[in-house]
Write a protein that binds this ligand. Sequence first.
Ligand code: ADP
Ligand code: MG
Ligand code: ZN
Length: 619
Amino acid sequence: MRLIERMKKFFEDVNPDRFFVAFVLFALIMTFVGGVAFSYAVTSHYVVRAPQVVERVAVEDPQGVEKVDYGQFMKLVEDHKIKSARIDMNVVNSVGVDGVRRTLRHDRWLYSWTFPKELAEAGVDVSFADPSENAPELTTGERIMGYVGIATQVLFFLMFIALMVFLFFSLRSMTSFGWRPKVVKSDVRFTDVAGQEESKKELSELLSFLTKTDAYEKTGAKAPKGILLVGPPGTGKTLLAKALAGEAKASFITVTGSDFSNRFIGAGKERVETLFKVARKNKPCIIFIDEIDSVAGNRSAASSDGSKEHSTTINKLLTEMDGFAANEGVFVVGATNRIDVLDPAILRPGRFDRHIHVNVSDVKGREEILEVHVRGLPLSKDVDLKTIARSTAGFSGAALRNLVNEAAIHAARRESPEIEPADFDSARDKILVGVKREGVVMSEREKSVIAAHEAGHAVIAASLENADPIHVATIIPRGAALGFVMQIPEHDTFLMSKSRLLTDLTILMGGRVAEELVFGEDEVTSGASGDIDQATRIATNMVARYGMDAGVGMRRVEMVNGALPVEAEAAVQRLLLQAKEAARRLLVERRRSLDALSSALLLKETIYGDEVRSIVAAA
Ligand code: ADP
Ligand code: MG
Ligand code: ZN
């Protein structure tokens, strides 16, 4: 069983192209070597040396020997002129009724096997020579060459079998034939996932859908069918899905988007079908589709080649999801780090309509993740996880696990019984090389620029009466933004007042203005480009669509060749300048709040609303 598993693994891992090239090359070489060896052996033995033996026989006993050919000999046989014949390897020595000895040279494979019988029927006394007497012995060379010839044939045969096995397994992996997703029980719990409190909270809401299906069925409530975990690699998406399954005591099936792509026509679709069939049999069940973008990437963006196959696979996935009743106990969790490339169809209600962002953790989260991974390790008392967390900004959960492991290895190499802070330091330096390449680790300078920028937004948002309350301010990158301040409105608003829009503009200006104040006008960065986009859009709408500029007045201003008319453009410009001035006045006035908040952000990376407000108020 183990052997078969291993063989299967081996053959599935083999690169088919290389395998075929290697096989063909090897086969060619073997055919060549085997052929040469074999023909050498045969030629040498039968063509060259055997006739020499006959010559020797003839030379050794030349007296009264008459050479005849086949026709002459058969004629003599028919005429009953031959008394006896002794069939040797390449020669027939006969004695005539008249006592004449005649020799017929022959290549024995030219005669029919009935030759001796024909002689006997004609009354000839037939005997056979002992082959060892006159046949040439195989020389060592001929023997070796013969064996080489045979060995290559055997090898060739074995390779042929290997090829068949390989084809079998690769067919299995490329088609849906025999494909079955593995169903496992997960023993991961939410406590094993650290520093993802928000994601965990959202997921635990889903738990009840999975565990209390009956209750939902009774009330007719529709449980969601799928959620999407969105976030960069190594942040714990797989782990969260496993934890969800573990908490729900549900079966867990992991597949990867690539299980369904790059396959033979129709195989992707069949696999999706099998997947859901198996899941239904094992309900409650969580299907985890990792890298879902590779199966459900935007259909229009897919290459023309695979796109047809691609869309049949997605369609199948969607119909399966549409098809099962929401309370069936099958739940699909997709993971991706590129939600932007996903086919919009899979994001529609009833499909993956809930998205949970799983992001790189902030300093507190990192400390918690470290705590999870140092469980049971012999840490020295000097190790302070807080310090380590602080020095590993940008590290994902996977990178942190790796860090702990490297530190343990380092300690073991020193033959130290405990893991010391120095082990963590060198582990961090080692991993940092890799993490830096991924571009998620910022320099201290950049971090402080981002901290000042976000603090600028936050201080203004916290100071202006009609601004939405701040939910969180962070310098942890999320999506394209290097940091952000998130405000959550207290009420839904349907009408935007001019004063409210001016407030939004002022908040948007706060980032850049803070950079100017803290670092000087020449040191400002590209970090404000998103703010500028948004501010321009708001100001343009105010002027061109909402009639909020007195000079331009209550009229709709259309773009001409992509530009606003001069006077409208000037009005937009004026609004933006005013907003920037307002932001500058506010921040100059609250410079201490700005500095306090940006150092707090540098230290904690993520600060929630209440704390932001109290820092701003205290300074
Ligand atoms: P993803 O699926 O987002 O790429 P994984 O879930 O595969 O990331 O994470 C890989 C490993 O990193 C996990 O098995 C776990 O050991 C560690 N890890 C990642 N995130 C966390 C976390 N938030 N808490 C604890 N460990 C984590
Ligand atoms: Mg993963
Ligand atoms: Zn900004």
